[in-house]
Design a protein around this ligand. Structure first.
Ligand code: NAG
Ligand code: NAG
Ligand code: NAG
Ligand code: NAG
Ligand code: NAG
Ligand code: NAG
Ligand code: NAG
Length: 489
């Protein structure tokens, strides 16, 4: 796994020669160029020149008009063999006739995936045959060359009015409203490379902490895409020893002088088994993507993988901004803590636990390497135990009612989204304290505002327990926190 191994000696000596010769040429150029003027008589009081006022350090105003989905173009690298399994994930997020983009296949599609449903999916392309490139024969993984070149081939399609090129794999699921909102906060006229690193320390160590992992998807502003495309084949020549396309791209982008801007909502999901612990304590950032869902255990109990994703998307359709966002409140009469991951799960703890602890995911999952050797993750976790006071009762998202669904329904609050989370299995532990068991609760009803969550404000929401009825339901309302309100035990 260690890419360093692929530095072979002939390559290093070639690189050294290359740099030495470049340095000599550069030196001669500088000396010649400056020999008659400034090089020896640098004035004492010379200071760095100020840039003209127009590009002073004030933050640039947001692009206008605001970024919308039509200004994004997707470049997806896919493989003919995997497409049959993956197309159903793709359909969950792709918006026909709205999203622009292309899927690049490794070869001509086979009969089983044709005819291509042009009206429902992006057009497909077959990646250019790269065997004719000089680097092909000396590349450690020649098949990644075409994947690296997906941005080049996407760019060459020549789409008009593009602000962002978004790259992804055929098993990446994007949350488009959040993605558009996120990119809209950045200036597309600057050089920007926006994405996320892996959840696993080991993966970042092996590849790079400065690399956007492609399964999570990442975005290039137009100027960066243009600069990258102009140099891409040259970069492929320089880095034939990297065997992952993301590494080659990130190296090339670094050489263009552009750093990675990390955003916490891009998820490579280099986690296996049960990822519910991770999804129930999402970082405080909009959910942008999920990946590897065909490898992890289905995210909802009693559902298969595809149905699980579709189910999550029913919540996403109502409100992407709150999806997976964690809100914590307390029911002090019973010493219960409630933690909601909007649209996914709800937990009841029979003990008061601070929010600062609850934001650490339960380690229900295993690192990609399958070997535990802490520190495994880029975030803190809590270990799963059999301690009654630390182990929550878990409930999963079951159904949602959005205000416009039924205006005449007198039972619903018109201006709020109503969600129900239900218990799928008993906790099977004794109560934390004898009088306050939550075993009898079978559903949690959560009301939340029908307005989008504003991430720019940079503050999570608060909630109140409205009612714990004698039967089996807890009702909660999520609302904006008051000015100086703190969620504290
Ligand atoms: C250095 O600064 C002084 C005063 O600010 C100025 O008069 C002089 O011309 C400057 N010298 C050079 C070489 O720029
Ligand atoms: C997309 O547009 C095409 C042509 O305008 C149309 O035939 C098709 O029904 C549209 N598809 C969807 C899902 O709206
Ligand atoms: C690419 O071209 C080479 C040489 O012409 C050929 O052998 C190979 O099959 C081609 N690859 C694909 C995927 O078409
Ligand atoms: C809640 O827990 C605290 C400490 O664990 C305890 O002192 C208190 O009596 C409990 N309150 C109730 C209502 O059970
Ligand atoms: C919790 O208890 C169950 C059943 O006794 C056991 O199978 C499981 O390994 C225990 N888990 C932990 C984390 O101790
Ligand atoms: C709206 O709600 C009312 C009262 O609950 C119900 O009778 C009616 O069938 C609902 N209409 C729709 C379109 O769901
Ligand atoms: C449980 O509740 C009963 C009455 O509601 C009370 O008398 C008793 O002290 C409580 N026990 C504990 C351990 O809090």
């Amino acid at each position: 796994m260690n890419p360093q191994k692929h530095y072979n000696l002939p390559t290093i000596s070639n690189l050294c020669k290359f740099f030495l010769i470049s340095a000599i040429i550069l030196y001669i150029f500088i000396v010649y160029h400056h020999s008659e003027s400034t090089i020896c008589i640098l004035p004492i009081n010379k200071t760095l020149k100020k840039l003209p006022d127009s590009s002073s350090s004030l933050p640039s105003p947001l692009p206008s008009p605001p970024t919308d989905i039509s200004q994004l173009v997707f470049g997806i690298s896919g493989s003919v063999k995997a497409w049959k399994d993956r197309r159903s994930y793709f359909r969950e997020w792709w918006r026909p006739n709205v999203t622009r983009g292309y899927i690049f296949f490794d070869k001509e599609p086979t009969m089983d995936i044709l005819p291509w449903p042009d009206n429902n999916l992006p057009s497909y392309r077959v990646s250019e045959n790269t065997t004719k490139l000089k680097v092909y024969n000396r590349h450690v993984r020649p098949d990644v060359i075409r994947i690296v070149r997906t941005i080049l081939e996407t760019f060459r399609e020549g789409d008009k009015d593009v602000r962002w090129y978004v790259m992804g794999d055929d098993d990446t699921i994007f949350f488009l409203d959040n993605l558009v909102e996120l990119l809209g906060r950045y200036d597309h006229t600057k050089y920007l490379y926006i994405g996320g690193v892996s959840e696993c320390v080991k993966s970042n160590f092996d590849f790079s902490f400065e690399m956007a992992f492609g399964g999570a998807g990442f975005a290039f502003s137009y100027p960066l895409a243009e600069a990258l495309v102009a140099n891409l084949d040259q970069c492929l020549e320089i880095y034939p020893f990297y065997y992952v396309s993301d590494q080659i791209l990130s190296a090339c982008i670094a050489d263009l002088g552009v750093p990675l801007t990390t955003e916490k909502g891009f998820h490579q999901i280099d986690l296996v088994h049960d990822i519910s612990g991770f999804l129930s304590a999402h970082p405080q950032a909009p959910l942008i993507s999920l990946h590897h869902l065909d490898i992890a255990t289905p995210i909802f109990p009693t559902m298969d993988r595809h149905t699980s994703v579709r189910h999550l998307m029913t919540a996403a359709k109502a409100d992407q901004s709150r999806l997976l966002q964690q809100t914590v409140c307390y029911y002090k009469q019973k010493n219960w803590t409630l933690s909601i991951a909007w649209g996914y799960s709800a937990y009841i703890y029979e003990q008061l636990i601070p929010r600062s602890i609850l934001r650490r995911p339960f380690e229900t999952f295993t690192p990609w390497s399958l070997k535990r050797r802490p520190p495994d993750y880029m975030f803190n976790t809590r270990l799963v135990t059999n301690n009654s006071c630390e182990t929550p009762h878990d409930f999963f998202f079951h159904s949602i009612t959005i205000p416009s669904d039924n205006i005449s329904n007198s039972n619903s609050r018109f201006d709020e989204v109503k969600m129900t989370y239900i218990r799928y299995k008993a906790r099977q532990l004794p109560p934390c304290s004898s009088n306050h068991s939550a075993d009898y609760i079978s559903r949690i009803r959560v009301y939340s505002p029908s307005t989008k969550l504003n991430f720019v404000e940079n503050r999570g929401e608060c909630c109140d327990v409205l009612n714990v009825d004698g039967k089996n339901t807890v009702e909660i309302r999520i609302r904006a926190c008051k000015k100086t309100e703190i969620t504290i035990v």
